[in-house]
Every structure is written in structure tokens, then in C-alpha cells.
Write a protein that binds this ligand. Structure first.
Ligand code: SAM
Length: 448
């Protein structure tokens, strides 16, 4: 699906309506680092480049729009069960806020795309359930532990030093380019030889003594043995200077450190340090993440020319990393300071600024074609099939002519005629609900 957003666009505004204006299946990789429900408010220090940037991370049920809950209750029953498993109202409101946004992220992601959700142990266990409900449990790939600081003094608990990154794909066909990290000092000690060009190497056994399945018997350098490679391969090793001889003349294979890729990255990342107070990349933005972290994620899960999307982009770490790696990018942040900072940061980093687009409007989707009016017969037929002929309120089965089309999110508060926002109710339930939310209808039905 083609995107309706130009590459290198940064939006200022709430990401929910903006994402609702983005075409489906139009981005390749999403990284999000949303508020964590940490019960704190963040502000950048005065005097830092980011001064003026702030965001709140405390939650009450007043923060969530009742229409979001209606949508989840009506269209996403598994997600609804997860949200109701939350222990406190604050957790519940946070999960509703996240769930409606993750539904949109799932929609805008291409079928081959991946999403990395950065959070911490405050809510990671609930967010994993939310992700399972939105992306499907089978599309869970990894729970990555990122050690974000060396030590933390917390009272009566072990110091909390890690964040969690939940990695999901949209489907089975995905991009995952293997990434490597440097070898440990312990391993490097094994490269104890240096050749005439100063290249470090270790020597590997070429005899087949310990191999099951035999080897190749021949004489080499006056020594007849069973070797693990054929004679011709030994000759090639010789020609390319890859043979190292022990004191008694036995050939061994040189393994050069420069030829080794490193240790394949596992799901615990302890090699990416936090941004220190003197780091060049530090802009003072609260919760700024290191470029190296985004560099790894973007290299692993996208190709040059792909579109990387960060709907909570803060001071643009993802966008700068994507730009450096020749990926296209789209970012959103609710804070106007973030957009200012992004333009400055990318300009300083790349010396290029004329092609950055800064917007604060809601885009219009161009992939919907003609949307029929909500009460069109085709909508009724589709919804009747989807709901199996049952009223979405009382659950009773009805003939088609006795069900009425209802807007889940009322038109008066921005609900559209798109099929996603429609349901069938029987006349009785529709009268009870009126212009109110689904939650009201369900509570009235439960009370009677
Ligand atoms: C944890 S910070 C992201 C930091 C970012 N990864 C970085 O390296 O700078 C979360 C960001 O989400 C933004 N935010 C919070 N609610 C938002 C919303 N509804 N829509 C868009 N951005 C939002 C905040 O302004 C804040 O910049």
C-alpha cells in the first residue's frame, strides 16, 4: 500500500488521530518509546537544548476517552479481557490509551513489518498481553532486556537497571538481519598470534582425529595424518597464507579476528551504555535513548529505503538514526518542543534540513476509496455476517431487517462512517444506547 505521508515528516500532535489519518500497511518498522506509566512527570532541565520539553506519565480514568473503550469493547473482545485484568484504574486507563494506539500501529504496519515496544517492568507484563491480543501471540518474537544503567539504589528491592523491549512482527515473513556485538575480553585472549601484517589470529586444529565420519589421509609438510580437509583445500590454505605451523611442523588453520563478525546479538543487551552527561548526542531531553540502541533495531529490522515510524519520537533519536542509515522516516510527538528539537537535531547531524516536513494537521487517508454512507445496505450485509446475526448489545439473534446500524464512536465526537466504526444493534438496545457509549449500554443491560 502506498503511503499518504511524505518521507521525513514530523507531526506535532496526539498520535492517535494522526495515525488514524495514515494509510494502512504503509510503514516497514515501528519503534515506540511511550510514557511507561511510571507515575512521574518529566521535564527537561532549564538550559539544556531540550528545555521546555515535558510530558506527563501519571494516569487516571479521566485521561481516556470513553469512546476508545467502546471501540475496544465492541470490536476487540480479547483486548477487552486483557484491559479488565488490570489491577488499578490507573493501569487500566494507561492500557486503554496504549491499546487504541497499538491497534492503529498494527494497521499502518506492512505485512512484512516489525514493531519494537520499549517499556519497563512497571507495565511490560500487561503490555505483552495487549500486544498478544493486537498482533497475535504467534507474532511475538522476543522480549529484549536492555541494561540501561550500571547501578541503581532502590530501597528494599534489587536495583532496577533494565528496560524491556517487546519485539513483534506483523506476520511470518519479516526482515531480520543478524546483528553482532564485540567479543568478550576472555574470548579475545585466544587470538594470541599476530601475522607479519599485524593481523591477530588463533590457530585451529586441521587433523581429523576427533571427527566422527573420518577425514582425508595424505602427507603434508612431511607429516602423514588423517586431515579434516581434502588435499586441494590444504593447498588453497597454503597459497592464501592461512597455514600456521607448530614447532614440530604440524599445519594449523589461522582464524583471523578481522574475519570474525562478532557474537550474534542475543535477547539481553548489555553492550549499549546509557547516554553519559558529556556525550555529544545528549540534548537533555527527558528519557532520551542512545542512538546505538536505535541503530541496532533499525539495522536488524529494515533495509535501506524502508520507512521507519516512531509515534512517540521525543527528541528524534529514531529519526536521526534512520536518516543516518538511509531509511525514510515519519515521527510524531505531542510536544511542540520535540518538533523544534527534531528539525535542529537532524539539521546539525546531517547538514540537511530543506527536505524535512513539519506538520500539525491530521492527514487524510487516500487508501479508503469511496466510503459508503453508514446506513448503506452493503454495510449492513457485511456487519450481519461479521456479527453472525447477533445484536452487539444483548447478544440475541435477529433477522437482518430487525437490526440497526450504529456508530460505535458517535459522529458528534469524530466517529466516521468507516465499517470499523459501525455495529449492528437491535432496536431496543439502540434506543437505550442513544448517542452514549457502548459501556453505558452494557452497564444498563447488566443492571436489568
Ligand atoms: C519516553 S519519551 C520518548 C523519548 C524518545 N525515544 C527519545 O529518544 O527522545 C515519550 C514521548 O512521547 C510523547 N507523547 C506522549 N503522549 C503522546 C501522544 N499521545 N502522542 C504523541 N506523543 C506523545 C512525549 O511528549 C514524549 O516526548
Amino acid at each position: 500500500m502506498t503511503s499518504n505521508i511524505k518521507p521525513k515528516t514530523i507531526f506535532t500532535g496526539d498520535n492517535l488521530p494522526i495515525m488514524r489519518g495514515m494509510n494502512s500497511a504503509s510503514v516497514d518498522l515501528i519503534y515506540l518509546d511511550p510514557p511507561f506509566n511510571s507515575n512521574a512527570n518529566y521535564a527537561a532541565p532549564i538550559g539544556s537544548e531540550a528545555a521546555g520539553a515535558e510530558f506527563k506519565d501519571t494516569w487516571t480514568l479521566n485521561d481516556v476517552n470513553v469512546a476508545w473503550l467502546d471501540l475496544i469493547e465492541t470490536k476487540h473482545p480479547a483486548l477487552n479481557r486483557v484491559i479488565h485484568a488490570a489491577m488499578t484504574d490507573s493501569d487500566k486507563s494507561y492500557l486503554i490509551y496504549m491499546a487504541v494506539r497499538l491497534i492503529e500501529m498494527h494497521r499502518v504496519l506492512k505485512d512484512t513489518g516489525s514493531l519494537y515496544l520499549h517499556c519497563d517492568p512497571t507495565m511490560s507484563h500487561y503490555l505483552k498481553l495487549v500486544m498478544d491480543a493486537v498482533f497475535g501471540k504467534a507474532n511475538f518474537r522476543n522480549e529484549i532486556v536492555w541494561k540501561r544503567t550500571a547501578a541503581h539504589n532502590d530501597s528494599a528491592v534489587y536495583g532496577g537497571v533494565h528496560d524491556i523491549i517487546l519485539y513483534y512482527s506483523k506476520g511470518n515473513s519479516l526482515t531480520l538481519n543478524e546483528q553482532y556485538q564485540p567479543y568478550s575480553d576472555e574470548y579475545l585472549k585466544r587470538y594470541r598470534h599476530t601475522d607479519e601484517n599485524g593481523k591477530r589470529f588463533l590457530d585451529r586444529d586441521l587433523t581429523a582425529g576427533s571427527l566422527s565420519g573420518g577425514g582425508y589421509q595424505y602427507e603434508w609438510n612431511g607429516i602423514t595424518k588423517i586431515w579434516r580437509c581434502p588435499f586441494t583445500t590444504m593447498q588453497e590454505y597454503h597459497k592464501s597464507g592461512k597455514l600456521y605451523y607448530t614447532r614440530n611442523g604440524t599445519p594449523r588453520l589461522k582464524q583471523f579476528l578481522d574475519d570474525m563478525p562478532g557474537v550474534p546479538v542475543q535477547d539481553v543487551w548489555i553492550d549499549i551504555p546509557p547516554i553519559n552527561s558529556r556525550a555529544k548526542e545528549r540534548v537533555g531531553y527527558p528519557t532520551q535513548k542512545p542512538l546505538a540502541l536505535l541503530d541496532r533495531i533499525i539495522k536488524a529490522s529494515s533495509h535501506e529505503g524502508d520507512t521507519v515510524f516512531d509515534p512517540f519520537c521525543g527528541c528524534a533519536t529514531t529519526l536521526v538514526a534512520a536518516d543516518r542509515l538511509q531509511r525514510d522516516w515519519i515521527g510524531i510527538d505531542i510536544s511542540a518542543k520535540a518538533a523544534e528539537l527534531i528539525v535542529e537535531r537532524i539539521r546539525d547531524d546531517q547538514g540537511m534540513f530543506e527536505d524535512i516536513i513539519a506538520r500539525d494537521d491530521i492527514p487524510n487517508r487516500t487508501d479508503l476509496g469511496h466510503i459508503p454512507r453508514y446506513n448503506a445496505t452493503e454495510n449492513k450485509t457485511l456487519l450481519y455476517g461479521e456479527q453472525g446475526g447477533d445484536c452487539n448489545g444483548c447478544g440475541e439473534h435477529f433477522q437482518k431487517q430487525h437490526l440497526e446500524i450504529d456508530h460505535i464512536i458517535a459522529e458528534s465526537v469524530g466517529g466516521t462512517d468507516h465499517i470499523e466504526n459501525l455495529q449492528l444493534l437491535c432496536g431496543h438496545c439502540n434506543r437505550i444506547k442513544g448517542n452514549r457509549g457502548q459501556e453505558y449500554l452494557i452497564s444498563r443491560l447488566n443492571a436489568s
